[in-house]
Write a protein that binds this ligand. Sequence first.
Ligand code: DC
Length: 221
Amino acid sequence: MIDKRIVITIDGPAGAGKTTVSRLLAKHLGYKYIDTGALYRGVALAAKENGVDPENDDALADLCRRLSLKFVISEKGLRLVLNGKDITDRIRTPEITMLASAVSARPSVRRCLLEVQRDMGREKGAVFEGRDMGTVVFPQAEIKFFLDASHRERAIRRYKELASDPSITLNRVESDMKHRDHNDSNRDLAPLKPAIDAIIIDSSDVSIQEVVSKMILYIES
Ligand code: DC
């Protein structure tokens, strides 16, 4: 067990297993787990509900000023609360997924969430999952991981997570994921890429538990 409380970042593309791995790692270490993608999804939902054009940076900046996004632990687990309302169950639809990718490319949104995320990391003792945790938000993080997997494997994993919705097909998941990977990796601001000091782990042929064990070994060493 490590005795100093540190910040651990886990970046990577959609479906690489970041969420499960981050939760398990945080639990093992007794750390907080912060899903930063959920914050972008929260802004996307707010933009949709307020009729804000995801291409309009000024309108998004104004919206962000009026938003309060917090993670709260309840009997249902970790919940995302937007201006006092629990929105956890509403941010995983395909529509909000694509809208989150669009708003996440906007400078006003990245600026606003940069502060929110850094505030959440001030006390350390946290595992942050996202796309730019190691490169932009916490460049000084003590340990950085970049979790990747093949495109096909990631699409299959995401499809299984969404399988309770009969309208969703593997082809749709795969093509949405390609589109999103392209947006997330090619935007001007904070594109998805490993930090130069990140440890890169490919989870295509490795179980989640093996990935977590590898990470723990690395952290303890
Ligand atoms: O991890 P996720 O699928 O919930 O993320 C939703 C979107 O938010 C994703 O398309 C990229 C964006 N995102 C980001 O730009 N930076 C982060 N740190 C986390 C997510």
